[in-house]
Design a protein around this ligand. Structure first.
Ligand code: OXT
Ligand code: ADP
Ligand code: MG
Length: 577
């Protein structure tokens, strides 16, 4: 018998695959090439194998930070950011970030290993036992569990579609330990994988909705366009800019909508916020909800004059959620804004010039009032002196990503630092949550390859500070500036009992956060005046080396809760000390 015919007669050896490999193959097939997580039982080997297979796997010090990195990856790329956690405690650590992604409409998938169903369901006390699927469900957009290797492809496909289609959000994918080792025929396994086609299909608005909206806009004497983070997420930057410019209306960017059109654009009303909210007669919301950040569309902030609201949003249920929306335009922002532009034609009359002139006047007054405060070179610094130099640095480096959290450190940075390009400012978002800082900085550096400047309150930084080791380990171009005013809001509070414990909002005085960065081989700088701060940030941005600058801020400089002190209830019965 010839050699060739002998081979043909031998039984072909069956090629096998397993859960580990199928999950990796399914992720790669769908272009999901980065995982943020913390290793451990039962996903340690999965992380190793994913790394070996060419997926970038970034290991964090705490799952919440990995989750925040994944959530912002979703915002920046429109692909679901992947967070990988171990069971029960790791899962719970990641869950905050998943809920945050859902609240902020960012696509993200939390993949968590879990204990065995049979034991969990009988509550027999497995290692890290928890009914994770049930717990995740109310906190995310969708939750799925995969029990059989042949369902991995479908399970991931469902997770991807749920995360990115319609209003984006967080999805939970539960993978019990046993699934990883399940073996099946490799060919059948390959066939079971699904490449998701058109995961976030265009949602075209109805022509009559577009016409209705334009009719209302045309009737306006004082129109206002509000650009939210949904507009930034949509990546329809040219259409949005053309539309705003064609309308001639002033626009107000929400915090993460800043930079869609530059804050220095002649139509920008960021520095005339209260004027445009009060005096406008027609308000067009593009990817922004009328939630607490916009005073629910009513009350003092909006003035007494009657207003009509037009809203562009992908989520039909968002309409009329707080006030009546007279012209809802439901669809994706790219399709909606393009349809509106087309329907405006060539003869569209721009917003009345006297309205834009009134807004510009107010804006210029506010900007002029602020200008001298930004020039001071005080030591210790106040927020304005420090932000004066950082503002120039961002202007000179418009591609850098600005991460921002804190109270005063947040509100003053938002107001003072102009943004010039879309999706360059990422911050505490809808929940005003502390702790996004280092996760966002890592996610942004990894996903965009651009330098990151993180401006952090000293309290805010503490929520994710251990990740400076992660930043050093991966040598990411992240420069962290800590506005160190010795505490939450201010470092001057006193314990009203007269006891020895410090007051609840103050920290160790004169802390040197820069030493934390030095501990891991990064650059640490203590900056006591704006000149030193400027030199240190420029050096960090030029070198790309992980850097932490402890910016010494006057402990008395801040105010309680920054700009939202009105939301902090105070006891009328409290004894005066
Ligand atoms: O038009 P008017 O005249 O009104 O003027 C406005 C603008 O027109 C004008 N403006 C300008 N003028 C001149 N030039 C320019 N360029 C310019 N731009 C604007 O300025 C004013 C103000 O403008 P703004 O800011 O746009 O308007 P306003 O009215 O403030 O807008 C309202 C809001 C609601 C939209 C806005 O304020 C906003 O977006 N706020 C977000 C607030 C937020 O989310 N804060 C974070 C939460 S605070 C609190 O919860 C904190 N905690 C508790 C905690 C949290 N959050 N999370 C977790 C997990 N645990 C606990 C903690 C622990 S903060 C915090 C730590 C704080 O301490 P840190 O040490 O970190 O920070 P420091 O405070 O620095 O010590
Ligand atoms: P901000 O906090 O900046 O005001 P919000 O998070 O409140 O923004 O609002 C974002 C809105 O954008 C959400 O209502 C969401 O449904 C919507 N959205 C997100 N992506 C899109 C998209 N591609 N097309 C249309 N609407 C979108
Ligand atoms: Mg502080």
């Amino acid at each position: 018998m010839s050699g060739a015919s002998a081979a043909a007669a031998a039984p072909a050896e069956q090629e096998l695959t397993d859960g580990f490999n199928l999950i990796i193959d399914a992720l790669k097939l769908n272009g999901l090439d980065t995982i943020y997580g913390v290793p451990g039982i039962p996903i340690t080997d999965f992380g190793r194998m994913a790394q070996a297979a060419g997926i970038r796997v970034l290991s964090f010090r705490h799952e919440q930070n990995a989750g925040y990195a994944a959530s912002i990856a979703g915002f920046l790329t429109k692909k679901p950011g992947i967070c990988l956690t171990v069971s029960a405690p790791g899962f719970l650590n990641g869950l905050t970030a998943l809920a945050h992604a859902t609240t902020n409409c960012f696509p993200m998938i939390l993949i968590s290993g879990s204990s065995e169903r049979e034991i969990v369901d009988l509550q027999q006390g497995d290692y890290e036992e928890m009914d994770q699927l049930a717990i995740a469900k109310p906190l995310c957009k969708a939750a799925f569990r995969v029990l059989h290797a042949q369902d991995i492809g479908i399970g991931l496909a469902r997770a991807i579609r749920a995360a990115v289609s319609g209003r984006p959000g967080g999805v939970y994918l539960d993978l019990p330990a046993k699934l990883f080792g399940q073996v099946m025929d490799a060919q059948k396994g390959k066939q079971s994988l699904v490449k998701v086609i058109d995961a976030a299909p265009a949602q075209i608005p109805a022509p009559e909705a577009v016409k209705r909206a334009l009719d209302v806009l045309k009737s306006a004497k004082k129109p206002l366009i509000i650009l939210g983070k949904g507009a930034a997420y949509a990546q329809a930057d040219d259409a949005v800019r053309n539309f705003v410019e064609k309308s001639g209306a002033p626009f107000l960017p929400m915090s993460m909508g800043k930079g869609l059109l530059a804050d220095t654009h002649p139509q920008c009303a960021g520095a005339a916020r209260s004027t445009v909210l009060k005096d406008s007669d027609v308000v067009l919301l593009i990817g922004a909800r009328l939630n607490w950040l916009l005073s629910h569309g009513k009350g003092k902030a909006w003035g007494d004059a009657p207003k009509k609201f037009i809203q562009i949003d992908i989520e039909p249920k968002e309409m009329d959620s707080n006030v009546e929306i007279v012209a809802p335009v439901v669809g994706d922002i790219g399709s909606c804004v393009t349809a509106m532009l087309d329907a405006m034609g060539n003869g569209w009359a721009k917003a009345p010039v006297d309205w834009l002139a009134a807004v510009s006047k107010k804006r210029d007054e506010n900007v002029a009032k602020m200008a001298p405060k930004l020039m001071n070179n005080n030591s210790p610094m106040d927020y304005h002196g420090a932000l004066g130099v950082l503002r120039t640095i961002v202007k000179e480096r418009p591609d850098a990503i600005l991460v921002n959290e804190g109270a005063n450190a947040l509100d003053l940075t938002r107001g003072i630092i102009d943004m010039y390009k879309p999706r360059k400012r990422i911050d505490v978002g809808t929940w005003g949550v502390m702790g996004i800082g280092m996760g966002y900085a890592i996610g942004a550096a990894v996903e965009t390859g651009k330098p990151v400047l993180a401006i952090e309150g000293d309290s805010a930084f503490g929520f994710s500070g251990m990740e400076v080791e992660t930043i050093c380990r991966y040598q990411l171009p992240v420069c962290i500036v800590i506005f160190n005013n010795d505490g939450i809001y201010r470092g001057t509070d006193v314990n009203q009992s007269g006891g020895a414990d410090p007051a609840t909002t103050v920290f160790v005085k004169g802390s040197r956060y820069d030493k934390m960065m030095e501990a891991f081989g990064g650059v640490g700088v203590n900056a006591t005046n704006p000149d030193e701060l400027k030199r240190a940030v420029n050096a960090a941005m030029d070198s790309g080396k992980p850097t932490l600058i402890n910016a010494v801020i006057d402990p008395a400089a801040g105010s309680e809760s920054g700009r939202i002190g009105n939301l902090n209830p105070q006891s009328a019965l409290k004894k005066k000390s």
